[in-house]
Ligand binder design. Structure first.
Ligand code: ARG
Length: 560
């Protein structure tokens, strides 16, 4: 809002469109340089004058009630907000809007389908799936805050040749008792063994494929085993989702598309997009310099890509999405490139709305964690440990805390989620349990703790809450906070547009740090005539920290 005031002023003075000037306005690195800066270097070239001269002239000419000063510094025009005015305004907005502060209606009437989490059954929930879950959930929340309708889809990996292999392995070496008692680890063992033995015995791969064909053709026994594996896996995943507070609108996994693929294959054929390659049916993508998209294997078995094609079309028909997002690791970049191109070739212009949202891998000693080798960190164990650690902290520091268990859950989960979300989405992360469990420094529990501290202050000063008029002194002392509060709506917007929750994570850390430093310097509950203003600052911080954490999928307990 203030940025556009500055842009308008500049536009008028320079006789240029405001859409142009607003793009050039920056945020000064240092707060004492004001709140917005307009660089004059491009203009200097245009006008053949020094940037300093232009900046000085502009600064002398411009004035606006929102700005207490407009000055020239080294080729920039710096705009300093009137702290009293802007501070009062933002506190009032937050006080009135509460959790809705920062919401927009940009996405009103539009639906976004988002494919997230999507673990593979009969395998443990991996760190990669954790990333997809928490990033996808946060993106969903960000989009909802922008007014979009969001459909969260868990495209569970419950179909494919690997289940033929698993059934084959179970048939050969499985013991029902053992599998019943400890399903996923036992199934994983069978799967690992299959690959070990298949390395020696070529016959085995073929047997695995045969079992998958039986499964696809509806063989009762194969399907019974498959259902069993699926049910147990879903139950186990459900526990993790519940711990994390994540829910889905659809659990339609890969198998859901079994009866929807034939239609797609026929359509591809009709549109003359299929060609034969070593017996397999493929869509060639030579003109894009890409390998072909595999639609059907030689033995008629469908593939991951076939199911994703059917799923994309089904989602369009069912949800009429304007965008369809896939929160999946960057290793699958080619797959989604191919998916989008094939849909385009089929003549679906809505394929433009298909968007792969890639993220970095979780590495162990610099390498990707692998399920096959069986070296895997189990997510529920990580969460359990984090919760346990939070419980121990509470028992030590705050044994009388009401609702201890729930708070321990919120803090433990907060630590794990925040650790993931604070990294820029696309970067690989080296796995470190120690880092995930940390509660100090730039962590979820640090932000949660700061929020709880603000709530405690509010409980004591509640009778003064509500007066949002900021005086000169409070405006100046609390400016680092007020300035961040002003930026929250833009931060939400940028995080949503870029599908990047790390911007919110960084923001809440900044706000928590600004607040803690204020708290260290100012006696907030001192009974003077500025008490009301200071309490209003605390109230706004608590509200925005809570909302920021919510957008990351993290709860903010009022006490901890
Ligand atoms: N289950 C897949 C995996 O673990 C991820 C599925 C992603 N979603 C999709 N529509 N392909 O690699």
């Amino acid at each position: 809002m203030y940025k556009s005031s500055a842009a308008d002023l500049l536009a008028k003075a320079l006789n240029k469109p405001a859409e142009e000037t607003i793009k050039q306005i920056e945020r000064p690195k240092q707060l004492q340089h004001g709140d917005y800066a307009f660089p004059c270097f491009a203009l200097a070239k245009e006008k053949r004058q020094s940037p300093q001269t232009i900046a000085a002239e502009l600064a002398a000419e411009l004035s606006h009630e929102a700005f207490s000063a407009i000055t020239a510094v080294g080729g920039y025009v710096n705009f300093t907000l009137d702290k009293k005015l802007a501070g009062s305004r933002v506190l009032k907005d937050i006080h009135q809007q509460r959790a809705a502060y920062g919401s927009t209606a940009i996405g009103k009437g539009q639906t976004v389908a988002i494919d997230l989490s999507s673990p593979n059954i009969a395998k443990p929930f991996s760190m990669g799936h954790l990333r997809s879950t928490v990033i996808g959930n946060s993106i969903s929340l960000l989009l909802e805050k922008q007014g979009y309708g969001v459909v969260r889809i868990n495209h569970v990996g419950d179909w494919g040749t690997q289940f033929g292999k698993l059934i084959c392995a179970y048939e050969k070496w499985g013991e029902e008792e053992k599998v019943r008692a400890n399903t996923i680890p036992e199934l994983l063992k069978l799967y690992v063994r299959f690959h070990e033995e298949a390395a020696q015995d070529e016959q085995l791969e073929q047997e695995g494929r045969d079992w998958f064909r039986k499964l696809e053709q509806g063989d009762a026994y194969a399907n019974k085993l498959w259902s069993w594996f699926r049910d147990v896996s879903m139950e186990e995943f459900g526990r993790v989702y519940e711990l994390m507070g994540v829910h889905f609108d659809s659990d339609a996994g890969e198998a859901f598309y079994n009866d929807k693929m034939e239609r797609v294959v026929e359509e591809l054929e009709q549109k003359e997009l299929l060609s034969l390659s070593e017996g397999a049916q493929v869509v060639r993508l030579d003109e894009y310099d890409l390998p072909p998209s595999l639609i059907k294997k030689k033995d008629g078995a469908t593939l991951y890509a076939t199911r994703d094609l059917a799923a994309a079309i089904y989602r369009k028909e069912t949800y009429q999405f304007s965008k369809s997002l896939y929160v999946v690791g960057h290793e699958q970049r080619l797959h989604f490139q191919q998916l989008k191109i094939v849909l385009n070739k089929m003549g679906y212009d809505w394929a433009e709305g298909i968007n792969h949202i890639p993220f970095g891998m979780v590495l162990q000693d610099g390498k990707k964690m692998s399920t096959r080798k069986g070296k895997l960190v189990l997510l529920d164990k990580v969460l359990e440990q984090a919760i346990q650690l939070a419980a121990t902290n509470i028992a030590e520091k705050n044994p009388n805390l009401p609702d201890k268990e729930e708070v321990a859950r919120q803090v433990g989960v907060g630590a794990v989620l925040f650790h993931d979300l604070k990294h820029e989405r696309i970067h690989d992360i080296e796995f470190s349990l120690e880092d995930m469990l940390r509660v100090e420094g730039e962590t979820g529990p640090y932000v949660q703790y700061t929020h709880a501290r603000a709530c405690t202050l509010l409980a004591k000063g509640s009778e003064f809450a509500g007066s949002s008029e900021v005086d000169e002194e409070t405006g100046a002392a609390a400016w680092p906070i007020l300035s961040l509060l002003l930026q929250f709506p833009d931060t939400v917007g940028n995080a949503a547009i870029n599908y990047d929750p790390s911007r919110i994570a960084k923001y809440v850390i900044d706000l928590a740090q600004a607040f803690n430093s204020y708290y260290g310097k100012v006696r907030i509950l001192e009974e003077d005539d500025k008490l009301g203003a200071r309490v209003a600052v605390v109230e706004a911080v608590a509200s925005v920290l809570e909302e920021g954490l919510r957008l990351l999928g993290i709860r903010a307990p009022r006490q901890m």
